[in-house]
Design a protein around this ligand. Structure first.
Ligand code: NYM
Ligand code: MG
Length: 211
């Protein structure tokens, strides 16, 4: 008899500048999907728990310096070290909700003036997200939020440059913009609508990013 092929999990990535509400929305989405009976895991990049992640954390906390190239490659390696685990989960039917991905890698490095094409190369071949939810905020809302300014890169002028690169990376075939100005619940409803649609669609086999 023909049984229904087990559907793979979907890879949902949140992107955006610092303090745009990504972490809050990732957590709310993960809870909601789990309550609805889905298998779902939340991940974040940088993953500061690995040896590479600890080096990244020291860099972000201004405790250690790295050349722009080295830190860029460490951020990318920090993603590559999760690829096996991620593909296993996805193929086993678990949805993944991820706070930042390769787009942050490129946006923050290119905002320093690094070559965008060079910046993209180390992440070529990562698992391609089924949907990127790009969170935006109007005006100075981000810099007014708690904790802004505590880490390297958390400067208003720099974030404006990061935003410009994100806009260049925006690929309408799988990106969707969510404006984060509203209340946490309003934004969540926007996110949930998008994700429900992705989850109910058959996206075919896993794809590779930028290949
Ligand atoms: N960041 C994050 C990068 O510069 N490159 C990357 O590849 C990633 C994933 O790290 N300011 C930057 C963006 C943030 C900082 O991230 C820490 P978070 O989400 O605030 O922990
Ligand atoms: Mg941050």
């Amino acid at each position: 008899a023909i049984t229904m092929a087990a559907r793979r999990g979907k890879l949902i990535v949140f992107e955006g500048c610092d303090r745009s509400g990504k972490s809050t929305q990732c957590a709310m989405l993960t809870d909601r999907l789990r309550k609805d009976g889905h298998k779902v895991e939340q991940l974040k990049f940088p993953d500061r728990t690995t040896s590479i992640g600890i080096m990244i954390n020291n860099y972000l906390a201004n405790k250690e310096d790295q050349s722009d190239e080295v830190i860029h490659l460490l951020f990318s390696a920090n993603r590559w070290e999760q690829m096996q685990k991620m593909s296993k989960l996805l193929l086993g039917g678990t949805h993944l909700v991820i706070d930042r991905y390769a787009y942050s890698g490129i946006a923050y490095s290119a905002a320093k003036g690094m070559d965008l094409h060079w910046c993209r190369q180390p992440d070529v071949g990562l698992i391609k997200p089924d949907r990127v939810i790009y969170m935006t905020l109007t005006g100075d809302k981000a810099s007014e939020r708690a904790d802004f300014g505590g880490e390297r890169y958390e400067k208003k002028e720099f974030q404006a440059k990061v935003e410009k690169v994100f806009e260049q990376l925006h690929d309408p075939t799988y990106w969707q913009v969510v404006n984060g100005d509203g209340s946490i619940n309003e934004v969540h409803e926007d996110v949930f609508k998008i994700v429900s649609e992705v989850i109910s669609t058959d996206c075919g086999p896993l794809n590779k990013l930028w290949t």
